[in-house]
Write a protein that binds this ligand. Structure first.
Ligand SMILES: [Zn+2]
Length: 200
């Protein structure tokens, strides 16, 4: 098993630095020292056909220029949920300082992406507010694929593991969580009203 704590620290630190506090989390919109560019945008800037990038990877990849500047490139013709995951995965490689493509690095980058897009501290807080973390809820609220929602739910059924940055992440997302929790509550209230009205 890879170093979980190190990966949680990297993902949470990234969210805190970016001050990103709403759902879904959009890593392609982070202000980062590493430019994140879509295949189509890069093709427009460079007059290179986007088809060239597809040979490197369907979803995306990162590449370093001659002077060492890293770029993350992603395919913006793929579904949005896939774009989010791809950029988050590539950011994971970068922030975890991976060199070369080995299987453990791919697993770490996937785990990083699942934490960046679906932070455990946020999910725990939603759950404590009575929100059921179904696959459909995770997909809709966090803009992730069914596969990512399933991956997260499988990892999340274990007892929550505390992390020193949990409280800071909870504080960052707290207004958004309250908004969701109250929207969920008012939908229950509406449902109750409809139900009572129906039975009257
Ligand atoms: Zn990778």
């Amino acid at each position: 098993m890879f170093g979980r704590e190190r990966i949680v620290t990297a993902a949470y630190s990234c969210l805190l630095e970016q001050k990103w506090h709403t759902f879904p989390i959009e890593p392609a919109r982070f202000h980062f020292s590493c430019p994140v560019i879509s295949y189509q945008e890069y093709a427009r800037l460079s007059n290179v056909s986007p088809a060239v990038f597809l040979e490197y990877g369907y979803d995306g990849f990162s590449v370093a220029g001659l002077k060492g500047q890293t770029f993350i490139l992603y395919n913006d013709q793929s579904p949005l949920c896939r774009q989010r995951f791809t950029v988050a995965h590539e950011l994971g490689h970068l922030l975890l300082r991976h060199q070369g493509h080995i299987r453990r690095h791919e697993e770490e980058a996937d785990f990083f992406a699942s934490l960046l897009l679906l932070p455990d501290a946020v999910l725990n807080l939603l759950r404590s507010r009575g929100i059921s973390l179904t696959e459909a809820f995770l997909m809709k609220t966090f803009g992730v694929s069914r596969h990512t929602a399933q991956y997260k739910r499988a990892a999340f059924t274990r007892p929550p593991i505390c992390h020193p940055l949990d409280q800071q992440i909870e504080a960052l997302f707290f207004p958004e969580i309250c908004r969701f929790a109250s929207a969920a509550q008012s939908s229950f209230d509406e449902l109750e009203e409809q139900y009572l009205g129906y039975n009257r």
